[in-house]
Every structure is written in C-alpha cells, then in structure tokens.
Ligand binder design. Structure first.
Ligand code: AMP
Length: 190
C-alpha cells in the first residue's frame, strides 16, 4: 500500500485546516496539526501550553526549539509509520524544514508532496476576520501574515528545489478546492 506523507502550506485562513481534515480522512493518514496540538496544550494548561500561549496570542511563532522536538516525537509513532501523515502548520521556518528532512531521512522516508494552498492576502484577511477565533485580533492577523511572508513563503522555494512543490488554487468552493488537491496528490501517488 502507498503511504502518503505530505505537507500542506498556505497562509493562515487559506482553508488548509478544513482541507487537511478531509484529505486525512480520504487518504487514511494521520492529520498532524501543530496549531491543534498547541491549542490543546493551552486548553489543558500544560507546560507546553503555558510556554506557547502568549506567543500564539500575539501572532508570533513558537520557537523551533519547542516545535522540532514536538513533531519529531509525534512523527516517530507507529500509526504514522503505518498510515502516513499530513503535516498541517509545520514546517513554518527553514530550521523546521531541515528538521523534518532529517527526521524522515533517519527513517528512510521521503515526502510525497508539499502543497501550497494558494489564497491571496486580501482574501485570507477577510476570512480570518470572519472566523473570530480568540487569537484572531487584527494585530495578530497582520503579524501572522507578515511572518508567513518572511519565514514560511521562502520554504516554497526550498520544496521546489527538491521537486516536491505543487501549487493549488485555494479560491472557490470547498469541494472544488478539495478536488484540485486530490488530483495533485493522486498524480504524485501514481
Ligand atoms: P495554526 O493553527 O497552524 O494557524 O497555528 C496557530 C498558532 O500556533 C500560530 O499562529 C503559531 O503561533 C503557533 N504555531 C503552530 N504551528 C507552528 C509552528 N510549526 N511553528 C511555530 N509556531 C507554530
């Protein structure tokens, strides 16, 4: 059986969380959302949550020293080895991308594809204002978008250099976007 190991990149508000859930179900892989893990930790008031909360509320990035070991620990679990993984929200920095490459490499694994779910800044800003999450203040939204351009957008080149990048238009109906994502993934799995 082919095991899907993929990364989905996109500005916050691009719909990557929603699409990731659908994709993980369709391809039977584990949905690993670092944002979800951090939000759960904040909710439970764990050490991790206490370290992450202020950074998250300000729209900043939680440190690589926290994020890389967190993902490393999770990605080594049996369910991911058997079923594959869809990484949603990781990597977000060059160090995280390099960390991911070594984690997979150490297991003799490779990514299938890295998808850039492309939605323009103006549209994601409107969507984020509308979803009204607690960490979606205007300042935090602006900061997250700036950080995306500065830290995460350069990863698109990083993945392209490795022949892993596919860009999918994230505008339009959710089901149409889902169809485009599936087409790209199925082509890579074939
Ligand atoms: P998300 O749900 O992916 O938008 O993540 C929500 C927040 O969690 C982000 O704004 C960051 O503060 C933090 N976060 C999630 N994933 C990462 C990551 N890979 N590196 C650093 N911070 C992260």
């Amino acid at each position: 059986m082919v095991v899907l190991r993929m990364v989905i990149l996109g500005r916050q508000g691009s719909g990557k969380g929603t699409q990731s859930l659908r994709l993980a179900e369709a391809y039977g892989c584990v949905h690993l959302s670092t944002g979800d893990i951090l939000r759960a930790a904040v909710g439970e008031g764990t050490d991790l949550g206490q370290q992450a909360e202020a950074v998250m509320n300000s729209g900043g990035l939680v440190g690589d020293d926290i994020m890389i070991p967190l993902v490393q620990e999770r990605i080594g679990k049996d369910d991911i080895a058997t079923s594959g993984v869809l990484l949603d929200g990781f990597p977000r920095t060059a160090d995280q991308a390099n960390g991911l490459e070594s984690m997979l490499g150490a297991r003799g694994q490779m990514l299938t594809v890295a998808i850039n779910l492309d939605v323009p800044v103006a549209e994601v800003t409107l969507r984020m204002m509308a979803r009204g999450r607690e960490d979606d203040t205007e300042d935090a939204i602006a900061r997250r978008l700036d950080l995306y351009e500065a830290e995460t957008a350069p990863l698109l080149d990083w993945f392209a250099e490795r022949g892993l990048l596919a860009t999918v238009d994230g505008l339009g109906e959710e089901s149409d976007v889902f169809g485009r994502l599936q087409a790209v993934i199925d082509q890579r799995l074939a």
